[in-house]
Write a protein that binds this ligand. Structure first.
Ligand code: HSE
Length: 432
């Protein structure tokens, strides 16, 4: 059988999973590739560090030139996290004629234009299925399987750590920090979990999907984003009472312009996205020909991510990646196919919660402020206070009809400034 020599650079959680698949299931990968995928070299920082994978003698090295100077190695799974030295090493590997497979979404979201341009100039390819939603084959589906469509909408639960934390809080009443620690222990969280919980990780993945699906030219840091780091368990309770679950959603919606944002959203129970639990990811895509398609699976973790990396290694070895890479137009110099909607104009229904004095006239002030901004109320929850008292503070929950984002923010700013309001209001979007 013909043989493609492969190297792995970076032997963390994902690298170890990739090595295991290549070494333990060579028959399977060989059958699917029509050739042997031979793991010839594994480059690490510290060759003496204990490893979970049982690597054959002589495979491990800390010398990158054993890969760059070896013309027999044609494909490299570059599995180093972070931006540097990952960027420089990827450039070095491309310059030395290697095709690349990567799982590093932060690197692509930050340096995609430079890396993709260089790969195109050199006639090389970069495959990145594992960079978004781990084991869910969303890149291939959008880039290839749905290419007959204009994608019009994309809604994703793209950060497993956030989904895990919110599920733990909602289902078991877990404490936020305990849930973060558990996500770290289970290996879903980023090295810096702040990127998970503040919406940055989901925004990086959304930026990659927006490039792919809409030809948008957007840097992830320009995507409006709110994370789950400020989520109050009280809102999970009210959402449930109203028939919703809170999910950190990444949204891309194409109308005349493209709307992009990441935010905790009340999703109506029974909708597939509302039922995505634990560390699972999901993406709901609408194409003008296919209609709605729903993808669900593990978006993080060793073997789900390794599954995507090895599929990319096979596609690269058989030459499929090179063909699609040329036509993908990703991060190219070509002009953007869509412009972005001004976030203030984006329409949505809102969930609002205020902590207000329990006084006559308070409700009138608040509904008045909503009225000033032309926001119509759909429902109100105010429970009987638990004790009597003159100056008691009570929560007031309001669901609105559809209004522009800017009006929602202006209304909440006006309400926050009222004397009867005791804490900054909470505002979340609603998906029915
Ligand atoms: N930290 C990410 C998540 C996994 O929790 O979804 C890698 O993208």
């Amino acid at each position: 059988m013909e043989r493609t020599n492969v190297a792995i650079v970076g032997m963390g959680t994902v690298g170890t999973g990739v090595a295991q698949l290549l070494l333990d299931h060579g028959d399977r990968t060989g059958r699917h590739a029509g050739r042997t995928l031979w793991l010839k070299r594994v480059v690490v920082n510290d060759v003496n560090k204990p490893r979970d994978a049982d690597l054959p003698e002589g495979l491990l090295t800390d010398d990158l030139t054993t890969v760059t100077d070896d013309p027999e190695i044609t494909v490299v799974a570059q599995l180093i996290g972070g931006l540097e030295p990952a960027r420089s090493i990827m450039l070095q590997l491309l310059e030395s004629g290697k095709d690349i497979v990567t799982a590093n979404k932060a690197l692509l979201a930050e340096h995609g234009p430079e890396l993709f341009d260089r790969a195109r100039e050199l006639g090389r390819s970069i495959a990145f299925e594992a960079s978004v939603a781990g084991g869910i084959p969303i890149i291939t589906n959008i880039g290839q399987c749905l290419s007959a469509n204009q994608i019009t909408s994309l809604r994703g639960i793209l950060n497993g750590t956030s989904n895990f934390i919110v599920s733990q809080m909602e289902e078991y009443g877990a404490d936020y920090s305990e849930a973060v620690r558990e996500a770290q222990r289970l290996g879903f969280a980023e090295a810096d979990p702040a990127m998970d919980v503040d919406g940055s990780d989901a925004a990086q993945k959304l930026a990659i999907l927006a490039h792919l699906a809409f030809g948008a030219r957007v840097h992830w840091s320009d995507i409006p984003r709110v994370g789950i780091d400020q989520l109050d368990p009280a809102d999970l309770g009210y959402a449930k009472e109203l028939g919703y679950r809170i999910k950190l959603l990444a949204i891309a919606q194409l109308n005349d312009c493209l709307e992009l944002h990441v935010s905790p959203t009340l999703v109506r129970m029974g909708r597939p996205l509302a039922e995505v639990r634990e560390a699972y990811n999901a993406v709901s895509v609408v194409g003008d020909a296919v209609g709605r398609v729903f993808f669900h699976g593990l978006g993080a973790g060793q073997m789900p991510t390794a599954s995507a990396v090895v599929a990319d290694l096979i596609d690269t070895a058989v030459g499929r990646t090179k063909l699609t890479f040329r036509t993908l137009e990703l991060w190219s110099q070509r002009e953007a196919r869509v412009s972005l909607t001004d976030h203030a104009d984006v329409p949505g229904r809102f969930y609002l919660r205020f902590s207000v004095d329990h006084h006559p006239g308070v409700l009138a002030h608040i509904t008045g402020a909503l009225g000033h901004h032309d926001i119509s109320i759909a429902s109100v929850i105010q429970h009987e206070p638990s004790q009597d008292g003159d100056n008691q503070v009570v929560p007031l929950v309001i669901m609105t009809h559809t209004a522009p984002e800017g009006a929602g923010q202006a209304a909440i700013d006006e309400i926050d400034a009222l004397d009867c309001v005791r804490q900054k209001g909470v505002r979340m979007r609603v998906l029915d």
